[in-house]
Structures are given as C-alpha cells and as structure tokens.
Design a protein around this ligand. Structure first.
Ligand code: GTP
Ligand code: MG
Length: 504
C-alpha cells in the first residue's frame, strides 16, 4: 500500500495570478464642477509559494495535481478603489525538498527547515489606475495600466530526506524492526524481503549527551539493498538519495542470513560497494555497524566471531537483537554520541552538505542588464528584457497618452540611446514583447516649449527615479528583493492588499 503514496520526484508547472487592471474613471459629483481622475489600481496577483512542512511526507499531492496558480488580482474601480490582491497558492512540501529549474537544472531553493518558504512564481503586479498618472501637465489621463500578465514556470522537485542516521542493510536484516524499537514509529515488519518499499523516518530520544541534555535523533529507514543494486537489482539505489544528507550511516547486518553464500562480513562489503557506486562521498561519513538477531540459535556465536573479525579491521561493531531488545540501550547511547559530535562539528544543521547556505532560500542569479537590443530575422530591432517588456504589456497602446508615457519611460531607461547605438534610424521597426513600434527617437524636432513640457511631465511621473536607480545598483547580487526594487522603480507606494470587500 505505501508504494503509491510516496513520491520523491515530480515536475510542477506554476504560475502566479495576473495583476488586476487599473481603472480609468473620473469623479462625478453634483457639486464638483470638473471632477478629476479617480480610477483605482488593480490588485496584485497571488504568488505560488512552496512551504516546507514537517507534517508533509511526500510530493504525492503535487505529483497528482502538478499545475498550480495564484489567484488573479481584482481590477481597480472608480472613486480610487484598489482591487483586492489575489490569494497566494501555498504548496506544502516535505523537509528536504530541492527545487530546480526544469530546463537548466539550476538549484533554486533547498527547503530543509519547517516553515521555510520559496516563492516559486510571482504574481503579476496590479496596473495603476488613471489617477496615478495625473500630474500638473497631464490633468486628464485617459489611460490606466493593464495588470501584469505572468508566465508559467516549470520546476523539478526532488526530495532528499533530512535525517541524522541512515540505516542501510540487506532486505530482512531488521532495519524496520530496529527503527520500531528505537523510535515511536511503527514501520511494517515482515519475514519476507523488500517489506519496506519507501523511506520512512522515526525520531529516537537518545539518552543524555555530555552536558546532560537528551537529544533527538532522526532515523531514516530505507528499503533494503542487494548486490547489484547500483545496476538496478532489487529496488536499485533509487532510494539511496535519502541517506545522502544523513550525518552518519548505520549498517544493519543479519547475523544469520538465509542465503548460503552470505554472511555478515560479506554483506558489509557488498553494501559498501553499492553505496560507493551510488556516491563515493557516502563512504566518508562516520559509520557504525550492528549485527542483529543475536537471539537466534547460533546468532550470538556468529556475531562474536564476526564482531572480532570486523573489530580487528577497525570497524565499530555492536551486537543487538531487535526482538529481545538486547544491546539497544548501548546502540541508542552510541548513536546519540556520534550524532551530537557530528552536529557540533557541522553546526547542528542536520544537513551534511551545503551547511551554512541553508538560510538562503531564494537564490537569484546576479542581475543582468535591464534589456538587450538585438535584430530579428526580418531586420527589425528587438528590445528584450523583463522590465521593458512588462511596461509594454501593461500599457494600452491604442491610447496616445499611454504611448507617450511609454516613450518617456523607454527614453529614460536608455532604450532609445541603445537603439541608436545599434544603428536604428527614424522609421525602423522596433519590436518589444508583442508590440511593434516605429522608431522615433527624440524630441529634437519638437518646438522647445512643447519639449520642455513633455520632459517636465515625465519627471513628475517618476519622482523616485534617482532612488530607484540606487536601489537597483545596491541589489545587484544574489537574493535581491525583486518586489521591493520594482516598486521603487515605479515610484509608487506599495499597494497593500485592499479591503477584501472592495471589488470582491
Ligand atoms: N529473531 C530475530 N528476528 C528478527 C530480528 N530483527 C528482525 N527480525 C525479523 O526479521 C524479519 C525482517 O525484519 P524487518 O525489520 O522487516 O527487516 P528489514 O531490514 O526492514 O527488511 P526490508 O524492509 O525488507 O528491507 C522479520 O520477520 C523480523 O521479525 C531479531 O533481532 N531477531
Ligand atoms: Mg523494512
């Protein structure tokens, strides 16, 4: 039954909600002769967020329903009403979920602690209402922004369990029996091999450490390995990824295996061979060996014989019985000691690799140039860049006022200069996103006063421009807060989620 309920890899397609449209509206009141623009802003679309949750054990839900979206923002309306923001879609994932870009394989986030969140897809920004475009020079703005439309993103999720001790052993060696005895977990135990089909965790209270505080140790019970697992025999090494992040490995050896060609010494060598073929680094972890089933007739004699042999070879070996409980106190104590030592050495992060980077949940690459100018096959100039394309998408280009506003923005962003530098001349086609423009670079042919007025109006549109440029520079490195610096770039105040009654 548990095979289909455990999924440790899946691809998801996520998309934030689109932003709501800004409204075009003018105040009309009986006693106010000339009402001003009062179109409110659209609400922002909801994000898609991955949240690490200790109570979620597999990626099954996402595997079954891999397409997830944030809710769209509500459109703004008259009387300055801002539309409500769309709700975020919060997707719970197990601790140890690694998020990659599906196409490039780049690791975007590694969610290892309960409550860690990664914004997998950002919602679109709400468009500004026409009231936002009013200034001394543009008293009657007849346009508002559309809400930002956002694209879908494909992500690959991979779960690598976060545990302290990984139990490895042949099928039926007694791994699950041990986890059942040592922790509150109740894994299935049967007399036949491959009873455990998916990894499980159990939490063990491991006695007192040196300073007297008890420590909790997380045990990972993984499906049994057999010789040839690395080549796919048995369940193969498909589940070995779940011990990759364990602090130490516990080899569980059967004192009295049924197969005549097996014995504990041979089994240990075979297990190490399979581990090494999966990932040689695994063999560098601290390792402890238990010989289980010493309660069986001849079990103890065998354990003593083998124990001496392995001990001479430098192994640390404990003899136990998961059935009678013999040796388990000693095992519990020793595991506690070893785990405490490893945590002290690695800084108690419960993650063997990448320690120290774990708080950084959002890994953004360094910010590239805001836009690039290229040529299309037909010879047109093409300006591409997220911000620039967003401006074009969000403005109603059938409105002359909006086009003029856009031109100002492009000019100030340096797009015109870059086009000229690339060789564009008046009348050439310029493609930005889905729109095609005639290149009309500067205002030089306009009468001086008209030109001054346009420039003054533009300056009022973006009073925070200087601040915005500074913020953009400062956020150059990883982990930039995109939302913040984009808001500054618009020179608008943060539009908070509106009163839920409005426009809902
Ligand atoms: N006599 C005896 N039998 C044991 C002991 N530990 C486990 N067993 C038995 O060995 C069989 C296999 O035990 P499991 O705990 O399911 O073994 P496992 O290593 O988890 O096996 P897989 O999940 O198939 O890899 C069961 O019949 C257990 O009752 C022990 O200490 N003594
Ligand atoms: Mg088992």
């Amino acid at each position: 039954m548990d095979a289909p309920s455990f999924v440790d890899e899946c691809t998801i397609h996520v998309r934030g909600g689109n932003g709501g449209n800004g409204a075009v509206s003018f105040r009309r009141e009986a006693h106010v002769p000339r009402g001003g623009p009062d179109g409110g802003d659209g609400g922002d679309g909801g994000d898609v967020i991955l949240a690490a949750d200790r109570n979620t054990t597999s990626l099954l839900d996402l595997h079954r329903a891999p397409h997830r979206r944030g809710r769209d923002g509500i459109h703004g309306s008259g009387m300055g009403k801002t539309g409500a923001s769309g709700d975020d879609a919060v997707l719970r994932v197990p601790l140890g979920t690694i998020v990659r870009d599906l196409d490039t394989g780049t690791v975007l986030a590694d969610l290892v602690r309960d409550g860690q969140r990664y914004t997998a897809a950002r919602g679109g920004r709400g468009g500004r209402g026409n009231a936002a475009f009013a200034n001394r020079y543009r008293r009657v703005p007849r346009f508002a922004e559309h809400g930002e439309k956002v694209r879908e993103r494909a992500l690959r999720l991979e779960l690598k369990l976060i545990a302290d001790v990984g139990l490895v052993g042949f099928p039926s060696a007694g791994k699950s029996s041990l986890v059942g005895r040592l922790s509150a977990a109740t894994p299935r135990v049967e007399a036949w091999p491959f009873t455990t089909l998916t990894p499980h965790l159990g939490v063990m209270r491991a006695g007192d450490t040196a300073d007297g505080t008890p420590i909790d140790v997380v045990l990972a019970d993984v499906p049994g390995l057999i010789e040839g697992a690395a080549e796919g025999k048995g369940l193969g090494t498909r589940f070995l990824r779940h011990i990759e992040r364990c602090l130490l490995l516990l080899h569980v050896l059967d004192a009295m295996p049924f197969e005549p060609d097996r014995d504990p010494v041979h089994d240990l060598a075979a297990l190490r061979g399979e581990l090494g073929r999966h990932d040689p680094d695994l063999l560098e972890r601290p390792q402890l060996v238990v010989i289980n089933k010493v309660d069986l007739p001849d079990g103890r004699a065998m354990a003593e014989l083998v124990g001496d042999q392995l001990g001479t070879a430098g192994e640390e070996v404990l003899e136990v019985s998961a059935v009678t409980g013999e040796g388990l106190d000693r095992l519990r104590y020793r595991l506690g000691e070893l785990v405490a030592a490893e945590r002290a050495r690695l800084g108690d992060v419960r993650v063997a690799e990448g320690a120290g980077e774990e708080e950084v949940v959002l890994h953004l690459g360094p910010r590239g140039p805001d836009f690039v100018v290229g040529r299309t096959d037909s010879g047109a100039y093409e300006v591409s860049g997220e911000r620039v394309e967003r401006w074009v998408q969000m403005l109603p280009l059938e409105e002359p006022g909006a086009v003029r506003y856009l031109q100002g923005r492009l000019r100030r962003a340096g797009v015109e200069k870059a086009l000229v530098a690339r060789g564009a001349r008046v009348g050439d086609d310029v493609v930005i996103g889905d729109a095609v423009f005639d290149f009309d670079p500067d205002l030089d042919d306009l009468p001086a006063d008209e030109r001054a007025e346009i420039l003054a109006a533009e300056a009022e549109d973006d009073p925070d421009e200087a601040r915005s440029a500074a913020a953009t520079d400062a956020s150059d490195g990883a982990n930039a807060d995109v939302a913040l610096d984009d808001d500054l770039e618009d020179g608008r105040d943060d539009v908070e989620a509106a009163d839920p009654e409005v426009g809902g």
